[in-house]
Design a protein around this ligand. Sequence first.
Ligand SMILES: *Cc1c(COP(=O)(O)O)cnc(C)c1O
Length: 400
Amino acid sequence: MDETARSKRPTRPATTLVHGGTMRSQFGETSEALFLTQGFVYDTAEAAEARFKGEEPGFVYSRYSNPTTRMFEERMIALEGAGDARATASGMAAVWSALQCQLKAGDHVVSARALFGSCRYVVETVLGRAGIASTFVDGRDLDAWRAAVRPETKVFFAETPTNPTLELVDIAGISQLARDVGARVVIDNVFATPLLQKPLELGADVVVYSATKHIDGQGRCLGGVVLSSQEWVDEFLADFFRHTGPSLSPFNAWTFLKGLETLPLRVAQQTRSAAALADRLAELPGIARVLYPGRDDHPDAALARRQMKGGSTLLAFELQGGKEAAFRFANALEVIKISNNLGDSKSLVTHPATTTHKNLAPEVRAELGISDGLLRLSVGLEDEDDLLDDVTFATKAAAR
Ligand SMILES: *Cc1c(COP(=O)(O)O)cnc(C)c1O
Protein backbone atom coordinates (compact mmCIF):
# COMPACT_ATOMS: atom_id res chain seq x y z
CA MET A 1 0.00 0.00 0.00
CA ASP A 2 1.30 3.39 -1.05
CA GLU A 3 0.95 5.57 2.04
CA THR A 4 0.33 8.98 0.48
CA ALA A 5 -2.22 9.73 3.16
CA ARG A 6 -1.32 13.36 3.78
CA SER A 7 -0.23 15.51 0.85
CA LYS A 8 3.01 17.46 1.26
CA ARG A 9 1.88 20.82 -0.13
CA PRO A 10 -1.25 22.21 1.53
CA THR A 11 -4.28 22.15 -0.76
CA ARG A 12 -7.55 24.09 -0.74
CA PRO A 13 -10.69 22.37 0.61
CA ALA A 14 -12.19 21.27 -2.74
CA THR A 15 -8.91 19.59 -3.72
CA THR A 16 -8.44 18.05 -0.28
CA LEU A 17 -11.92 16.56 -0.50
CA VAL A 18 -11.13 14.82 -3.81
CA HIS A 19 -7.61 13.56 -3.02
CA GLY A 20 -6.99 13.84 0.74
CA GLY A 21 -6.18 10.60 2.53
CA THR A 22 -6.08 8.44 -0.61
CA MET A 23 -4.02 5.23 -0.18
CA ARG A 24 -3.56 3.16 -3.33
CA SER A 25 -3.07 -0.60 -3.39
CA GLN A 26 -0.59 -2.40 -5.68
CA PHE A 27 -3.18 -2.12 -8.49
CA GLY A 28 -3.07 1.68 -8.65
CA GLU A 29 -6.85 2.07 -8.71
CA THR A 30 -8.20 5.58 -9.46
CA SER A 31 -11.13 5.49 -7.06
CA GLU A 32 -10.63 4.61 -3.40
CA ALA A 33 -10.75 0.85 -2.83
CA LEU A 34 -13.32 -0.72 -0.55
CA PHE A 35 -11.59 -3.10 1.87
CA LEU A 36 -14.43 -5.27 3.17
CA THR A 37 -12.30 -7.28 5.55
CA GLN A 38 -12.45 -7.84 9.27
CA GLY A 39 -8.83 -8.84 9.71
CA PHE A 40 -5.39 -8.94 8.11
CA VAL A 41 -2.81 -11.70 7.59
CA TYR A 42 0.89 -11.54 8.39
CA ASP A 43 3.78 -13.05 6.42
CA THR A 44 5.42 -14.43 9.54
CA ALA A 45 4.73 -14.91 13.23
CA GLU A 46 7.44 -12.32 13.87
CA ALA A 47 5.54 -9.81 11.73
CA ALA A 48 2.33 -10.47 13.70
CA GLU A 49 4.24 -9.93 16.95
CA ALA A 50 5.74 -6.66 15.69
CA ARG A 51 2.35 -5.41 14.42
CA PHE A 52 0.71 -6.12 17.79
CA LYS A 53 3.54 -4.41 19.65
CA GLY A 54 3.04 -1.37 17.42
CA GLU A 55 6.66 -1.68 16.25
CA GLU A 56 5.63 -2.14 12.62
CA PRO A 57 2.96 -0.05 10.90
CA GLY A 58 -0.09 -1.77 9.47
CA PHE A 59 -3.59 -2.89 10.19
CA VAL A 60 -4.53 -5.49 12.80
CA TYR A 61 -8.30 -5.67 13.05
CA SER A 62 -11.06 -3.53 11.53
CA ARG A 63 -12.57 -2.64 14.91
CA TYR A 64 -9.33 -0.69 15.50
CA SER A 65 -8.76 0.56 11.97
CA ASN A 66 -9.31 -0.41 8.34
CA PRO A 67 -7.72 1.00 5.16
CA THR A 68 -11.00 2.40 3.74
CA THR A 69 -12.08 3.79 7.09
CA ARG A 70 -8.62 5.29 7.61
CA MET A 71 -8.82 7.03 4.21
CA PHE A 72 -12.07 8.64 5.33
CA GLU A 73 -10.52 9.68 8.66
CA GLU A 74 -7.44 11.10 6.90
CA ARG A 75 -9.59 13.09 4.44
CA MET A 76 -11.58 14.55 7.34
CA ILE A 77 -8.36 15.29 9.29
CA ALA A 78 -6.99 17.20 6.28
CA LEU A 79 -10.22 19.15 5.80
CA GLU A 80 -10.66 20.03 9.47
CA GLY A 81 -7.01 20.78 10.21
CA ALA A 82 -7.09 18.21 13.05
CA GLY A 83 -4.28 16.04 14.41
CA ASP A 84 -6.15 12.73 14.38
CA ALA A 85 -9.67 11.28 14.17
CA ARG A 86 -11.78 8.16 14.64
CA ALA A 87 -14.76 7.36 12.42
CA THR A 88 -17.83 5.92 14.13
CA ALA A 89 -20.91 3.91 13.21
CA SER A 90 -23.28 6.88 13.69
CA GLY A 91 -23.25 10.51 14.71
CA MET A 92 -24.49 9.54 18.16
CA ALA A 93 -21.62 7.05 18.57
CA ALA A 94 -19.29 10.00 17.81
CA VAL A 95 -20.99 12.30 20.34
CA TRP A 96 -21.10 9.66 23.08
CA SER A 97 -17.49 8.50 22.52
CA ALA A 98 -16.17 12.08 22.44
CA LEU A 99 -17.79 12.84 25.80
CA GLN A 100 -17.53 9.51 27.64
CA CYS A 101 -13.87 8.85 26.82
CA GLN A 102 -12.67 11.96 28.66
CA LEU A 103 -15.06 11.93 31.66
CA LYS A 104 -15.36 9.93 34.89
CA ALA A 105 -17.67 9.82 37.90
CA GLY A 106 -17.56 13.10 39.81
CA ASP A 107 -16.84 15.24 36.73
CA HIS A 108 -19.23 17.93 35.52
CA VAL A 109 -20.32 19.03 32.04
CA VAL A 110 -21.79 22.38 31.03
CA SER A 111 -23.92 22.07 27.91
CA ALA A 112 -25.98 24.40 25.78
CA ARG A 113 -29.63 23.49 26.34
CA ALA A 114 -30.58 23.60 22.65
CA LEU A 115 -29.38 20.16 21.59
CA PHE A 116 -30.35 17.39 19.19
CA GLY A 117 -32.70 15.17 21.29
CA SER A 118 -30.36 12.17 21.50
CA CYS A 119 -27.41 14.42 22.47
CA ARG A 120 -29.46 15.73 25.36
CA TYR A 121 -30.24 12.14 26.42
CA VAL A 122 -26.54 11.22 26.34
CA VAL A 123 -25.48 14.22 28.45
CA GLU A 124 -28.37 14.16 30.91
CA THR A 125 -29.21 10.46 31.25
CA VAL A 126 -26.30 8.30 30.05
CA LEU A 127 -23.54 10.44 31.57
CA GLY A 128 -25.79 11.12 34.58
CA ARG A 129 -26.06 7.38 35.34
CA ALA A 130 -22.26 7.16 35.25
CA GLY A 131 -22.05 9.81 37.97
CA ILE A 132 -21.17 12.68 35.62
CA ALA A 133 -23.28 15.74 36.46
CA SER A 134 -24.41 18.31 33.89
CA THR A 135 -25.84 21.80 33.80
CA PHE A 136 -27.80 23.09 30.80
CA VAL A 137 -27.50 26.77 29.94
CA ASP A 138 -28.77 29.18 27.30
CA GLY A 139 -25.89 28.66 24.86
CA ARG A 140 -26.09 32.26 23.58
CA ASP A 141 -25.36 33.68 27.04
CA LEU A 142 -21.63 33.67 27.92
CA ASP A 143 -22.41 34.75 31.49
CA ALA A 144 -24.62 31.69 31.90
CA TRP A 145 -21.72 29.42 30.83
CA ARG A 146 -19.45 31.20 33.33
CA ALA A 147 -22.00 30.94 36.15
CA ALA A 148 -22.48 27.19 35.58
CA VAL A 149 -18.79 26.33 35.98
CA ARG A 150 -17.82 24.27 39.06
CA PRO A 151 -14.37 23.20 40.25
CA GLU A 152 -15.05 19.74 38.72
CA THR A 153 -16.20 21.06 35.31
CA LYS A 154 -14.24 19.18 32.63
CA VAL A 155 -16.18 19.68 29.40
CA PHE A 156 -18.29 22.29 27.60
CA PHE A 157 -20.60 20.86 24.93
CA ALA A 158 -22.59 22.73 22.29
CA GLU A 159 -24.07 22.44 18.86
CA THR A 160 -24.14 25.52 16.62
CA PRO A 161 -26.24 26.45 14.72
CA THR A 162 -28.75 24.59 16.87
CA ASN A 163 -31.47 22.21 15.83
CA PRO A 164 -34.12 23.28 14.94
CA THR A 165 -34.15 27.03 15.62
CA LEU A 166 -30.65 27.82 14.25
CA GLU A 167 -29.46 29.77 17.29
CA LEU A 168 -25.70 30.39 17.46
CA VAL A 169 -23.20 29.69 20.21
CA ASP A 170 -20.03 31.85 20.27
CA ILE A 171 -17.37 29.13 19.85
CA ALA A 172 -14.41 31.48 20.40
CA GLY A 173 -16.12 32.95 23.47
CA ILE A 174 -16.84 29.65 25.22
CA SER A 175 -13.42 28.28 24.20
CA GLN A 176 -11.66 31.20 25.90
CA LEU A 177 -13.77 30.70 29.01
CA ALA A 178 -13.08 26.95 28.98
CA ARG A 179 -9.33 27.57 28.76
CA ASP A 180 -9.56 29.94 31.73
CA VAL A 181 -11.26 27.30 33.89
CA GLY A 182 -9.32 24.25 32.62
CA ALA A 183 -12.19 22.63 30.69
CA ARG A 184 -12.29 21.29 27.11
CA VAL A 185 -14.81 22.26 24.42
CA VAL A 186 -16.63 19.70 22.27
CA ILE A 187 -18.59 21.11 19.31
CA ASP A 188 -21.22 19.19 17.33
CA ASN A 189 -20.65 20.87 13.94
CA VAL A 190 -23.28 19.00 11.92
CA PHE A 191 -25.51 21.93 11.05
CA ALA A 192 -22.64 24.16 9.93
CA THR A 193 -20.78 21.46 7.95
CA PRO A 194 -16.94 21.39 7.94
CA LEU A 195 -16.98 23.95 5.13
CA LEU A 196 -18.98 26.76 6.73
CA GLN A 197 -17.46 26.66 10.23
CA LYS A 198 -14.08 25.63 11.67
CA PRO A 199 -14.46 24.97 15.43
CA LEU A 200 -10.81 23.95 15.96
CA GLU A 201 -9.60 27.25 14.45
CA LEU A 202 -12.04 29.08 16.75
CA GLY A 203 -10.47 27.41 19.81
CA ALA A 204 -12.56 24.25 20.36
CA ASP A 205 -10.73 21.07 21.39
CA VAL A 206 -12.90 18.40 19.78
CA VAL A 207 -15.29 18.43 16.78
CA VAL A 208 -17.91 15.77 16.12
CA TYR A 209 -20.00 15.07 13.04
CA SER A 210 -22.88 12.90 12.07
CA ALA A 211 -21.58 11.90 8.62
CA THR A 212 -25.13 10.68 7.99
CA LYS A 213 -26.02 14.26 7.06
CA HIS A 214 -24.11 16.47 4.57
CA ILE A 215 -21.02 14.23 4.37
CA ASP A 216 -23.02 11.37 2.84
CA GLY A 217 -25.34 13.96 1.36
CA GLN A 218 -27.56 11.48 -0.43
CA GLY A 219 -29.41 9.82 2.42
CA ARG A 220 -27.73 6.40 2.30
CA CYS A 221 -25.44 5.51 5.23
CA LEU A 222 -25.19 6.21 8.95
CA GLY A 223 -21.84 7.27 10.35
CA GLY A 224 -19.90 9.84 12.32
CA VAL A 225 -16.42 11.10 13.13
CA VAL A 226 -14.57 12.57 16.13
CA LEU A 227 -11.65 14.93 15.37
CA SER A 228 -9.13 16.54 17.70
CA SER A 229 -5.40 16.96 18.33
CA GLN A 230 -3.08 13.94 18.23
CA GLU A 231 -2.51 14.38 21.98
CA TRP A 232 -6.23 14.31 22.84
CA VAL A 233 -6.88 11.23 20.68
CA ASP A 234 -3.88 9.43 22.19
CA GLU A 235 -4.78 10.34 25.75
CA PHE A 236 -8.55 9.81 25.71
CA LEU A 237 -10.07 8.35 22.55
CA ALA A 238 -7.67 5.78 21.07
CA ASP A 239 -7.95 3.00 23.67
CA PHE A 240 -11.61 3.79 24.46
CA PHE A 241 -12.46 3.43 20.77
CA ARG A 242 -10.38 0.29 20.25
CA HIS A 243 -11.94 -1.59 23.14
CA THR A 244 -15.58 -0.41 23.07
CA GLY A 245 -16.00 -0.75 19.29
CA PRO A 246 -18.14 2.11 17.94
CA SER A 247 -16.28 1.60 14.62
CA LEU A 248 -17.60 2.62 11.21
CA SER A 249 -18.26 -0.04 8.58
CA PRO A 250 -15.73 0.15 5.69
CA PHE A 251 -18.64 0.17 3.23
CA ASN A 252 -20.10 3.28 4.86
CA ALA A 253 -16.63 4.87 5.00
CA TRP A 254 -16.29 4.29 1.25
CA THR A 255 -19.68 5.93 0.64
CA PHE A 256 -18.59 8.94 2.71
CA LEU A 257 -15.28 9.21 0.81
CA LYS A 258 -17.28 9.55 -2.39
CA GLY A 259 -19.69 11.95 -0.65
CA LEU A 260 -16.83 14.21 0.45
CA GLU A 261 -15.72 14.66 -3.18
CA THR A 262 -18.90 16.61 -3.96
CA LEU A 263 -19.41 18.25 -0.55
CA PRO A 264 -18.26 21.77 -1.57
CA LEU A 265 -20.51 21.80 -4.65
CA ARG A 266 -23.49 20.54 -2.70
CA VAL A 267 -23.07 22.83 0.30
CA ALA A 268 -22.60 25.89 -1.94
CA GLN A 269 -25.74 25.13 -3.96
CA GLN A 270 -27.80 24.20 -0.92
CA THR A 271 -26.70 27.36 0.93
CA ARG A 272 -27.63 29.52 -2.09
CA SER A 273 -31.08 27.95 -2.33
CA ALA A 274 -31.59 28.14 1.47
CA ALA A 275 -30.82 31.89 1.41
CA ALA A 276 -33.25 32.42 -1.48
CA LEU A 277 -35.96 30.41 0.29
CA ALA A 278 -35.42 32.34 3.54
CA ASP A 279 -35.79 35.64 1.68
CA ARG A 280 -38.89 34.44 -0.17
CA LEU A 281 -40.57 33.09 2.98
CA ALA A 282 -39.88 36.34 4.85
CA GLU A 283 -41.98 38.19 2.26
CA LEU A 284 -44.89 35.75 2.09
CA PRO A 285 -48.10 36.37 4.07
CA GLY A 286 -48.83 34.02 6.99
CA ILE A 287 -45.17 33.57 7.97
CA ALA A 288 -44.57 34.97 11.48
CA ARG A 289 -40.76 34.77 11.41
CA VAL A 290 -37.87 33.26 9.47
CA LEU A 291 -34.75 32.00 11.23
CA TYR A 292 -31.70 31.91 8.96
CA PRO A 293 -28.16 32.76 10.12
CA GLY A 294 -27.36 34.42 6.77
CA ARG A 295 -30.09 37.05 7.12
CA ASP A 296 -29.55 40.42 8.78
CA ASP A 297 -32.69 39.94 10.91
CA HIS A 298 -31.22 36.81 12.58
CA PRO A 299 -30.72 37.54 16.31
CA ASP A 300 -27.03 36.52 16.04
CA ALA A 301 -26.33 37.91 12.54
CA ALA A 302 -23.07 39.60 13.64
CA LEU A 303 -21.77 36.40 15.25
CA ALA A 304 -22.80 34.42 12.15
CA ARG A 305 -20.68 36.71 9.98
CA ARG A 306 -17.76 36.31 12.40
CA GLN A 307 -17.71 32.56 12.86
CA MET A 308 -19.43 31.13 9.75
CA LYS A 309 -18.47 31.33 6.08
CA GLY A 310 -22.08 31.06 4.92
CA GLY A 311 -25.63 31.08 6.13
CA SER A 312 -26.38 27.31 6.47
CA THR A 313 -28.18 24.80 4.28
CA LEU A 314 -31.08 24.77 6.75
CA LEU A 315 -33.66 27.30 7.76
CA ALA A 316 -36.60 27.41 10.14
CA PHE A 317 -39.79 29.43 9.95
CA GLU A 318 -42.92 29.86 11.96
CA LEU A 319 -46.40 29.96 10.51
CA GLN A 320 -49.15 32.08 11.95
CA GLY A 321 -51.95 29.65 12.76
CA GLY A 322 -49.91 27.11 14.75
CA LYS A 323 -49.89 23.37 14.17
CA GLU A 324 -52.87 23.34 11.77
CA ALA A 325 -51.25 25.89 9.46
CA ALA A 326 -47.88 24.13 9.68
CA PHE A 327 -49.47 20.77 8.77
CA ARG A 328 -51.44 22.33 5.87
CA PHE A 329 -48.17 23.86 4.62
CA ALA A 330 -46.22 20.58 4.86
CA ASN A 331 -49.03 18.57 3.24
CA ALA A 332 -49.26 21.02 0.32
CA LEU A 333 -45.57 20.66 -0.60
CA GLU A 334 -44.91 18.59 -3.71
CA VAL A 335 -41.14 18.81 -4.29
CA ILE A 336 -40.07 19.07 -0.64
CA LYS A 337 -40.64 15.81 1.27
CA ILE A 338 -41.78 15.39 4.88
CA SER A 339 -38.93 13.72 6.83
CA ASN A 340 -36.87 14.12 9.98
CA ASN A 341 -33.46 13.88 8.29
CA LEU A 342 -31.25 16.68 6.98
CA GLY A 343 -28.29 17.41 4.73
CA ASP A 344 -29.78 15.27 1.93
CA SER A 345 -29.89 16.04 -1.80
CA LYS A 346 -33.67 15.89 -1.35
CA SER A 347 -35.25 18.89 0.36
CA LEU A 348 -36.89 17.78 3.61
CA VAL A 349 -39.34 19.53 5.92
CA THR A 350 -39.81 18.64 9.60
CA HIS A 351 -42.40 19.68 12.18
CA PRO A 352 -40.14 19.48 15.28
CA ALA A 353 -42.89 19.86 17.91
CA THR A 354 -44.60 16.59 16.87
CA THR A 355 -41.54 14.59 15.73
CA THR A 356 -37.87 15.22 16.61
CA HIS A 357 -38.66 17.28 19.73
CA LYS A 358 -41.97 15.70 20.85
CA ASN A 359 -40.36 14.08 23.92
CA LEU A 360 -39.39 17.42 25.43
CA ALA A 361 -41.68 18.85 28.09
CA PRO A 362 -43.85 21.68 26.69
CA GLU A 363 -42.03 24.24 28.90
CA VAL A 364 -38.64 23.11 27.56
CA ARG A 365 -39.96 23.35 23.98
CA ALA A 366 -41.22 26.87 24.71
CA GLU A 367 -37.83 27.81 26.23
CA LEU A 368 -36.13 26.59 23.04
CA GLY A 369 -38.51 28.52 20.78
CA ILE A 370 -40.02 25.37 19.27
CA SER A 371 -43.60 26.53 18.76
CA ASP A 372 -46.40 24.49 17.20
CA GLY A 373 -46.18 26.63 14.06
CA LEU A 374 -42.44 26.04 13.56
CA LEU A 375 -41.12 24.10 10.55
CA ARG A 376 -37.49 23.22 9.81
CA LEU A 377 -36.41 22.97 6.19
CA SER A 378 -33.26 21.16 5.03
CA VAL A 379 -32.59 22.42 1.52
CA GLY A 380 -31.57 19.92 -1.15
CA LEU A 381 -30.28 20.01 -4.70
CA GLU A 382 -33.51 20.51 -6.66
CA ASP A 383 -33.82 23.50 -9.01
CA GLU A 384 -34.04 26.61 -6.86
CA ASP A 385 -37.09 27.93 -8.75
CA ASP A 386 -38.99 24.69 -8.16
CA LEU A 387 -38.27 25.02 -4.44
CA LEU A 388 -39.39 28.67 -4.42
CA ASP A 389 -42.60 27.69 -6.26
CA ASP A 390 -43.21 24.86 -3.79
CA VAL A 391 -43.08 27.07 -0.67
CA THR A 392 -45.01 29.86 -2.34
CA PHE A 393 -47.83 27.47 -3.22
CA ALA A 394 -47.76 25.85 0.24
CA THR A 395 -48.02 29.25 1.94
CA LYS A 396 -51.26 29.86 0.02
CA ALA A 397 -52.56 26.42 1.05
CA ALA A 398 -51.63 27.08 4.70
CA ALA A 399 -53.62 30.31 4.73
CA ARG A 400 -56.87 28.58 3.73
C1 LIG B 1 -28.30 13.73 13.25
C2 LIG B 1 -27.54 14.42 14.30
C3 LIG B 1 -26.84 13.70 15.26
C4 LIG B 1 -26.86 12.19 15.32
O1 LIG B 1 -26.38 11.59 14.17
P1 LIG B 1 -26.77 10.10 13.71
O2 LIG B 1 -25.89 9.86 12.56
O3 LIG B 1 -28.23 10.13 13.37
O4 LIG B 1 -26.52 9.20 14.87
C5 LIG B 1 -26.14 14.41 16.22
N1 LIG B 1 -26.12 15.76 16.23
C6 LIG B 1 -26.80 16.48 15.32
C7 LIG B 1 -26.75 17.96 15.38
C8 LIG B 1 -27.53 15.85 14.31
O5 LIG B 1 -28.19 16.58 13.42
